[in-house]
Design a protein around this ligand. Structure first.
Ligand code: UGA
Length: 430
């Protein structure tokens, strides 16, 4: 089939490229000309493992453009994958979605418009009403995306499910034929109304965020009761009704989706005068989590933070991405700087993006970052941090302390070299 993807962020670019890989003819359109120029030259603007190879291999079926008039074909469907940034009120800003829908309708007569961007319930209906008012007849379909950064290709090829929100049979059939080309036959296309599909996306992300906030509070309780959070997580996760995923404790959930989406869902509840006590608690708990990390560092250092020199390992909101949006690591660094701590940070992929948000010294390697530091603080679970060279670190560091807030290092190995290690949800180091 012939498909257009509008927006070349994580969702639009990965979806477009992977659809081309599956044999569809794809146009990726973005108003950012410099991004399109880079893509034409094979330069991928985001770090997503494997994506550059897929772009190279599907080149024949991929066109990158910044103007509708350059489209090489009239498509069977247009997918809107533009951002829905957070307004100050917490609501999603839908300006770009409406703009993209109108432009698509103007340029592709009667072509169904599929909204992939995360949008509040009722948006597809509102977009359709706007199009009708302007005299356009395009159908509007909801097809929320469930790709997670760093593993987006696998998520795309092996989805748990595909959600299609369509209020008419023709739209449902179109979506089924688009997704027929998948190699994996174990997924199902779940059809619902458009408004349910829109809510499924927010509810999924908010539910997962709540699971994380819950396990983080359990980790705190483990520290106080001498239980072990890894044992507790695997114990509760073995119950199929709960499931083992998203029960890993850490410095709080971040990224461009969970924090924004849960606040948008809270705003939706407010709009409809519906209770949001669980969402409120999750947001509050996650906000407290970063402050909590700072307190753990203060305590571990013996009470004083002012003047301390810390090496921070990890800036991205999770491993496998260069994305630092709403990263707990950046928030923790900001709080530490406010306390008068001197920070040197290192991240294998996120330093360029972090530099745009934060003024902090950055080192070229984790070893350079540790030089003279009182302690190392691990905030992202990069593989590179799982097996640190403790022998060298022991010689380079001022004090031998590691705050492992992703629970990734081999504590016994570190202790052999004289390190005192603090992990989350475990008996405190003495
Ligand atoms: C999330 C969802 O997982 C995707 O399904 C969804 O499509 C995407 O948002 C989106 O709405 O576009 P993503 O933000 O890439 O994907 O990242 P996740 O892997 O879900 O992680 C989010 C945050 O939770 C990270 O800060 C991560 O470190 C944290 N996390 C995750 C934990 O602290 N513990 C866990 O067990 C899992």
């Amino acid at each position: 089939m012939h498909l257009v993807f509008i927006g070349t962020g994580y969702v639009g670019l990965v979806s477009g490229v992977m659809m081309a890989h599956l044999g569809h003819h794809i146009i990726c359109l973005d108003s950012d000309e410099s991004k399109i120029e880079s893509l034409k030259q094979g330069i991928v603007p985001i770090y997503e493992p494997g994506l550059d190879e897929y772009i190279k291999n599907s080149k024949k079926r991929l066109q990158f453009i910044s103007q509708y008039r350059d489209a090489e074909f009239h498509p069977d469907a247009v997918f809107i994958c533009v951002g829905t940034p957070q307004k100050e009120s917490g609501e999603a800003n839908l300006e770009y979605v409406f703009e993209a829908a109108l432009d698509s309708a103007k340029n592709f007569e009667n072509v169904p418009i599929v909204i992939k961007s995360t949008v509040p319930p009722g948006t597809a209906h509102a977009v359709e009403a706007k199009l009708r008012k302007e005299g356009y007849k395009n159908a509007v379909i909801s097809n929320p995306e469930f790709l997670s950064e760093g593993r987006a290709i696998d998520d795309f090829l092996y989805p748990d499910r595909i959600i299609v929100g369509a209020d008419d049979e023709k739209s449902k059939e179109l979506m089924e034929s688009i997704y027929q080309s998948f190699s994996n036959e174990n997924y199902s296309v779940l059809c619902s109304t458009r408004v349910s599909a829109e809510l499924i996306k927010y509810a999924s992300n908010s539910f997962l965020a709540t699971k994380i906030a819950f396990i983080n509070e359990m980790a705190d309780l483990c520290e106080k009761t001498s239980a072990n959070i890894e044992e507790v997580s695997s114990g509760i996760g073995a119950d199929k009704r709960i499931g083992k995923d998203f029960l890993k404790t850490g410095p709080g959930f971040g990224g461009s989706c969970f924090p924004k989406d849960i606040m948008a869902l809270q705003a939706i509840c407010r709009k409809y005068k519906s209770e949001s006590k669980i969402l409120d608690a999750t947001i509050e708990s996650n906000k407290f989590r970063t402050e909590n990390m700072v307190e753990k560092i203060r305590e571990g250092l013996g009470g004083g933070l002012c003047g301390a020199m810390l090496g921070v390992l990890g800036l991205t909101f999770k491993a496998g991405t260069d994305d630092v949006r709403s990263s707990p690591a950046l928030e923790i660094i900001r709080l530490l700087i406010e306390e008068g701590v001197y920070i040197c940070a290192y991240d294998p992929k996120g330093m360029d993006n972090a530099k745009k948000e934060l003024q902090v010294d950055m080192a070229k390697s984790y070893r350079a970052c540790a030089m003279g530091a009182y302690a190392l603080v691990i905030l992202t679970e990069w593989d590179e941090f799982k097996n640190l060279d403790y022998e060298s670190l022991a010689m380079d560091m001022g004090r031998k302390i590691i705050f492992d807030f992703r629970n990734i290092i081999d504590v016994q190995e570190a202790e052999k070299h004289g390190f005192k290690v603090f992990q989350l949800g475990k008996v405190k180091a003495t």
